[in-house]
Design a protein around this ligand. Structure first.
Ligand SMILES: *Cc1c(COP(=O)(O)O)cnc(C)c1O
Length: 226
């Protein structure tokens, strides 16, 4: 990916984010997290030099390697993938600014235990399986509010600040829309409990997600394309 191409991709996406935001009269800012899971540290550096500061990885090992290769750059690293119990300590040491994929109460319990031992805190989002897909992680929408409150109440070292969801895996726009509305409703309910981030929207559906209330999009392929 050349510098020119990365400037072009980034400009295009920022423009689209902005028009989707205006379309729904949103007064909030929409943050962009560049998902770099299929890309090299060099690709990330190219986008960093075009002004992008937040990047996300879905594997602890990749986060470790790329963040160390890019140690000289003040990048805000996010973690968006499935967290295996045996990788929890490594993730804590990498100290991402936000962990999007807290997928259930048990994982929260494990993570909180290790955070306490290390005397660390971690900002997290509760992942919601809003389209109830077997292939996806996350809590079911019916129990999301209750689980969120319970995690907040029981654990002191996890700072829960919102929700994350992946749109329905479908060509049917209505189904995708429905999954985003489900997540947004849960987010709205949880605002009284300190939820400020609604992370939803990827390359294929981020404009729709923003129109339906997302304030953080996670974009990989269309940001890094040649
Ligand atoms: C890969 C990934 C993305 C980005 O997907 P693209 O379609 O490439 O934009 C966003 N969120 C999560 C959790 C991912 O794993």
């Amino acid at each position: 990916m050349t510098k020119e191409q990365s400037v072009k991709n980034l400009d295009e996406i920022i423009t689209k984010i902005e028009s989707a935001r205006l379309k729904c009269n949103a007064h909030h800012i929409v943050s962009l997290v560049g998902i770099s899971k299929y890309n090299t540290a060099d690709d990330i550096k190219t986008l960093y030099l075009s002004g992008q500061r937040a990047f996300g990885e879905n594997k602890v090992q990749d986060l470790k390697e790329k963040s160390s290769q890019l140690n000289d750059y003040p990048i805000s690293w996010h973690f968006v993938g499935r967290l295996q119990t045996n990788k929890i300590n490594q993730l804590i040491d990498l100290a991402p600014v936000l962990m999007h994929s807290l997928e259930d109460y048990d994982l929260a319990n494990e993570l909180d235990k290790r955070l306490k031992i290390k005397n660390k805190k971690m900002k997290c989002l509760l992942q919601i399986n809003s389209a109830k897909e077997e292939s996806k992680a996350g809590v079911m929408p019916e129990v999301a509010v209750e689980t969120y409150k319970k995690i907040k109440q029981d654990f002191t070292n996890i700072e829960l600040i919102g929700v994350m969801s992946i749109g329905a895996h479908s060509d049917d726009k209505e189904l995708i829309k429905k999954s985003f509305i489900t997540t947004k409703n849960i987010f709205d309910t949880l605002k009284n409990d300190g939820a400020t981030i609604c992370s939803m929207g990827m390359s294929s559906d981020y404009e729709l997600a923003i129109e339906l209330g997302s304030n953080m999009v996670r974009i990989g392929s269309s940001l890094f394309k040649d």
